[in-house]
Design a protein around this ligand. Structure first.
Ligand SMILES: Nc1ncnc2c1ncn2[C@@H]1O[C@H](COP(=O)(O)OP(=O)(O)OP(=O)(O)O)[C@@H](O)[C@H]1O
Length: 287
């Protein structure tokens, strides 16, 4: 069984504390790491991969604590993954495979498998500069899987992708999570709603939630409403409630919002989605 075990992990850039006493234990499946920009997701991932020296605490991946050994069982797709623009897709994977000590027919076979897996076989002779954002991200996943890692860590892979590519990418990560740990960070809650087996919410360097999507939705099943607000009252409404969705209608503005306490008669209770439950979790902590 693959595992990531983190105990009492803290990290600071200079005096700025970015992660504060993180404890986490993950097994196979897709673990979604959700948090707004600056929450500490990239820092946590870089620490797990061994790209940053940890200040305090313990990181164990598949039983290993030595960063070199950890790197041999982890695949990593950084947020800003790019590659030589004039290299062709297959050439890039061959090159990285050689750096990973693979060669000959073993390398050729692995590259064929990976191109098929990420659906780039048809595009293997395209130059990287001619790939779409989604294709580049899929090439990024292929490179991170070269050494068949037990753990795959992907940092905000869906940012900037069109809806079709986002779905394709999420499905690919979900498939891979059948026999690996996939740690998938995002600030887009809907990326995780149907794919994550478990969810962690990071806020200002603290885990404020670690559990299933379903349990989070249950926890906040009572606080989400919708109503129609007159345009002239909208500014005042927005200052009183946390609006997470709005839509212009002929009769006014349809708003979906979070409300604690007694609802007014015109408020209709609705089921929360992951985005509203996530907002409520963050808001709860700050109240
Ligand atoms: N090299 C650095 N030096 C100083 N501060 C940094 C450095 N890298 C990140 N930070 C700060 O650490 C905090 C956490 O950043 P981090 O990139 O881990 O967050 P994140 O959740 O991944 O956000 P994003 O989605 O924007 O990348 C932020 O306040 C950021 O400004």
């Amino acid at each position: 069984m693959n595992s990531i075990e983190i105990k009492h992990l803290s990290f600071s850039y200079g005096k700025k504390i970015v992660l504060n006493n993180i404890n986490l234990s993950i097994g196979n499946g897709l673990y979604g790491l959700l948090g707004k920009n600056g929450a500490g997701k990239t820092t946590l991932m870089k620490l797990i991969v061994g790209l940053l020296p940890k200040s305090k605490g313990q990181i164990k991946v598949c039983g290993e604590t030595d960063p070199k050994k950890i790197r041999s069982v982890v695949g990593y797709l950084p947020q800003d993954f790019d590659f030589y623009p004039d290299m062709k897709v297959r050439e890039a994977l061959n090159y990285l495979g050689i750096l990973d000590n693979m060669k000959g027919s073993q390398l050729n076979q692995r590259v064929d498998e990976l191109l098929g897996l990420v659906n780039l076989s048809q595009d293997q002779n395209k130059k990287i500069k001619d790939l779409s954002g989604g294709m580049k991200r899929r090439l990024g996943i292929a490179q991170s899987l070269l050494n068949n890692p037990h753990v795959l860590i992907v940092d905000e892979p869906t940012a900037g992708l069109d809806p079709e590519e986002r779905i394709r990418f999420r499905n690919l990560l979900s498939d891979l999570s059948a026999e690996k740990i996939v740690l998938f960070s995002t600030h887009i809650a809907s990326d995780l709603e149907s794919t994550a087996n478990r969810l962690g919410i990071l806020d200002n360097g603290h885990f404020i939630y670690d559990g299933s999507v379903e349990d989070l939705l249950k926890e906040y099943s009572g606080g989400t409403y919708e109503t129609i607000v007159n345009r002239k009252d909208y500014t005042s409404f927005k200052s009183q409630y946390i609006v997470f969705e709005q839509k212009e209608l002929a009769e006014g503005i349809l708003v979906r919002f979070i409300h604690y306490g007694r609802p007014l008669a015109q408020f209709k209770r609705i089921s929360p989605n992951l985005e509203s439950a996530y907002l409520m979790k963050i808001y709860d902590r700050r109240r």
